[in-house]
Design a protein around this ligand. Structure first.
Ligand code: EPS
Length: 396
């Protein structure tokens, strides 16, 4: 239903995103996208690049007079840093003057795509790889996700996230989750809901930076307002858990995804894991039932239950270390220290925003699969018909 592609190098002219499958009639302005792009740029522990960029989307196609047209939506985000890299990133052939190749990377960073990429693509300069492997690409994903978020918002679906772990420091979950997770998390420089843990994390980031090292962490992403019935149990590639897992694992540096209590469920018994079901009038989106707990994280059988969808995403530490690890110089074959390019100490807060975007894309896709239509009004008719049918079951 939803297809999207991104293009662009980290220090190239711009990032591009083409999103297909949005119905016509969805209210959309550039500010809807820019708000999300700005959220992705936040986070204590980021490097100087985020001071250079102020990401803004130009809506090139698919939107007219503040509404989508149903045609492909093309968006462009210019790289301000391009002006500093024009010679190095010039698409035109240049004479192989070593001065112009001064940013060539031949000492691949362990953990990065540098070495696997140059071997696979037969390049001598790992810059040909790292420019695209850079997490800068996620700007374009967040742009696509912002459009999907706006669409989902038409049906009362909200997607938010908060940081729950950074480099060995856990953040406590509040007793009661805030109604608007992002309104609370975005006020924190690490996007965490635990102010005490935040202080310890900031101290840890400062120390880690001095040591020339990097940190990973975990974000929890929550979608609420979803009806029962997105996804399907019937085939492997229609299960929503699998689609969410693939989307999250495609985010740079993400190494693990959990839904609900995730891996913890493997250590407990069935009686400790499964969520008991009871009648609950006035919950039309869930078919007038409630789970007493939500350890399943809003999915049963690859289908949404109508309870909040809860996904945790784990990110490894960034592989660019200012105190580099050992590697091999591919130009000489000699043992060497890996390249130490300007980078971030951690980007876990940004990863949470990117994970929200990926979840919005997967959910918009599943939503259109269930309630598809070419115009927003048509999707709404399909949605309303289904919800009133589900609501009529087990009604008092
Ligand atoms: C990145 C390295 C840094 C990060 C960048 C990802 O950029 P630079 O090489 O220009 O210093 O800031 O992230 C972004 C630019 C971004 O928009 O998130 C890397 O090597 O992956």
């Amino acid at each position: 239903m939803i297809r999207f592609t991104t293009a662009g190098e980290s220090h190239g002219q711009a990032l591009v995103c083409v999103l297909e499958g949005m119905p016509a009639g969805v209210p959309l302005v550039a500010a809807d996208v820019d708000t999300q792009l700005a959220r992705r740029q936040q986070g204590y522990g980021r490097g100087r690049r985020m001071q250079i960029e102020t990401d803004q989307a130009e809506l090139l196609s698919g939107v007219r007079a503040g509404e989508t047209l149903g045609s492909p939506i093309a968006m462009l985000v210019r790289n301000r840093d391009w002006k500093n890299w024009q010679e190095i990133m010039d698409p035109a052939p240049r004479d192989p003057d070593p001065q112009l190749r001064k940013r060539a990377v031949t000492r691949p960073r362990p953990g990065h795509a540098d070495l696997t990429g140059i071997l696979k693509y037969d390049r001598d300069d790992a810059r040909d790889i790292l420019e695209r492997a850079s997490a800068r690409e996620t700007t374009a994903r967040v742009a696509a996700g912002a459009v999907c978020r706006t669409f989902l918002g038409q049906f009362g679906v909200r997607v938010g996230s908060h940081l729950v772990h950074l480099g060995g420091v856990d953040a406590a979950r509040p007793e009661r989750m805030p109604d608007d997770i992002n309104a609370a998390a975005d006020t924190s420089q690490l996007r965490t809901l635990d102010a005490d843990a935040e202080q310890r994390m900031v101290t840890l980031i400062d120390r880690t930076k001095r040591e020339g090292n990097t940190l990973g962490g975990i974000c929890e992403v929550v979608a609420d307002g979803l009806p029962v019935g997105l996804g399907s149990h019937v085939s492997w590639d229609r299960k929503l858990d699998g689609r969410i897992g693939a989307a999250m694992m495609s985010i740079p540096a993400v190494k693990g995804v959990e839904i609900g209590i995730g891996f913890e469920a493997a250590r407990l018994t069935g009686a400790e894991v499964h969520d008991e079901i009871e009648r609950a009038a006035g919950r039309p989106l869930a078919g007038n039932v409630r789970r007493r707990t939500n350890r399943a994280g809003g999915l049963e059988g690859g289908i949404t239950t109508g309870e909040p969808l809860v996904v945790r995403v784990g990110m490894k530490p960034i592989s660019t270390l200012m105190r580099p690890l050992q590697t091999v110089d591919v130009a000489t074959g000699a043992a060497a220290q890996a390249v130490a390019e300007r980078s971030d100490v951690t980007a876990v807060p940004a990863m949470g925003v990117i994970a929200e975007a990926m979840l919005c894309i997967v959910l918009a896709d599943a939503f259109l699969e269930k309630f598809g239509g070419d115009a927003l009004a048509e999707v709404r008719r399909n949605y309303d018909g289904y919800v009133s049918h589900v609501a009529a079951r087990l009604a008092d």
